[in-house]
Write a protein that binds this ligand. Structure first.
Ligand code: SF4
Length: 355
């Protein structure tokens, strides 16, 4: 991690690309080039692998306790076919979620995948990329002459898996050829080198999830460090991709003003001038449901994440459950303060939404 004003000097150790401890293959996956590539990689790396009848039915994962099993599941890769080619909607960032993978090896305490993935926290990747891109093409045609945007990071962090799958590279190249198709994804990882030479046609917006240093250090284990993400953002900007940042979850903590001011200062200081040309920000305040709170407290019992319903405003959620956001006064203060810092640092940036 680079040395910010709020950080003590620390030895920088590069975050290594994810290597699973165990891989499951659906037999059919080995009929696809991506499946064969992953199997060959597993053999080269000496990663134990097994066959499974369905990527949705992985049972008997090792581990004595539920928490241990959860940790092992997060380091287990399942290679299968995407059967459902009906895409979910993905408001407000895009029209549809394009399913390249499900699950993530990161351990962000607040991650909503903990509730949405329920008992299946292992990482699933889909080898039938041509079917997935074919379905995307149909969605694009249906909405013509409107532009259709696809979000690739709704159920995973696909950049963190790109060295294994190559799916993002294929999707970026596909979208470059679609006059009415756009791709976007967000990541907390920094392994972008394989994407830099792709003819992307400006049709893919790469966003990095960033936060105040306190939030990254306290709640985002097993992801790339802030300095690595910024360096990757610089490379992406120099490769001509439209760039964006998602500041999420925005958290009210002691010293939040300094924390978020420092974040924007560091972004402005460390990004190359090209980055400011076509730059977007998306702002998402922290929220939780009662179900999420129970799961988080079980899986990360020492978390400092504040989840006190009495301090929050209740809001009816899209999935039929109440969620708890900050009361209006706090949400407005966060939104206004961060918006001002963004425009000070990047006068031409666009803030897409605050939610
Ligand atoms: Fe969840 Fe993103 Fe963290 Fe992965 S990197 S655990 S998807 S918040």
């Amino acid at each position: 991690m680079s040395i910010g004003m709020t950080e003590k000097p620390r030895k920088a150790i590069a975050t290594k690309p994810f290597v699973p401890e165990l891989i499951y293959f659906e037999p059919e996956a080995l009929h696809y080039p991506m499946g064969i590539r992953i199997r060959d990689w597993a053999l080269r790396e000496g990663i134990p692998h097994k066959m499974t009848t369905s990527h949705n039915r992985i049972t008997n994962l090792p581990g004595e306790t539920e928490t241990e099993q959860y940790k092992i599941a997060k380091r287990t890769l399942v290679v299968g076919l995407r059967k459902t080619l009906k895409f979910d909607t993905s408001k407000p960032s895009a029209e549809y979620a394009i399913p390249l993978a499900t699950g993530c090896m990161g351990h962000c305490h607040y991650c909503y995948l903990q509730t949405t993935l329920g008992a299946k926290p292992y990482v699933r990747v889909y080898v039938n990329i041509d079917d997935i891109l074919g379905a995307a093409k149909n969605y694009i045609d249906e909405r013509s002459p409107e532009i259709t945007r696809f979000e690739a990071a709704c159920t995973s962090d696909p950049l963190g898996l790109e060295h294994i799958t190559g799916s993002l590279a294929e999707t970026i190249a596909f979208m470059a050829k679609q006059p009415l198709g756009r791709l976007r994804f967000v990541s907390k990882f920094h392994h972008v080198d394989s994407l830099l030479g792709i003819a992307h046609g400006g049709h893919t917006r790469v966003r990095f999830s960033v936060n105040a240093d306190y939030v990254i250090r306290s709640f985002e284990p097993a992801t790339s460090r802030f300095a690595e993400r910024i360096e990757a953002a610089g490379k992406i900007a120099r490769a001509g991709y439209p760039l964006g940042f998602i500041i999420a979850p925005i958290i009210w903590f002691d010293g939040w003003e300094n924390g978020y001011a420092e974040l924007l200062k560091r972004l402005a200081a460390e990004l190359p001038p090209e980055a400011g040309r076509d730059l977007t920000f998306e702002l998402i305040q922290h929220r939780f449901t009662k179900t999420a709170k129970t799961i988080i407290q079980k899986r990360y019992p020492k978390t400092k994440l504040e989840m006190d319903e009495a301090k929050r405003k209740k809001k009816w959620g899209r999935w039929g459950q109440n969620k708890y956001v900050y009361p209006d006064e706090q949400a407005d203060a966060l939104r206004m303060f961060i918006t001002e810092r963004i425009f000070e640092a990047f006068p031409n940036a666009k803030i897409e939404y605050f939610t």
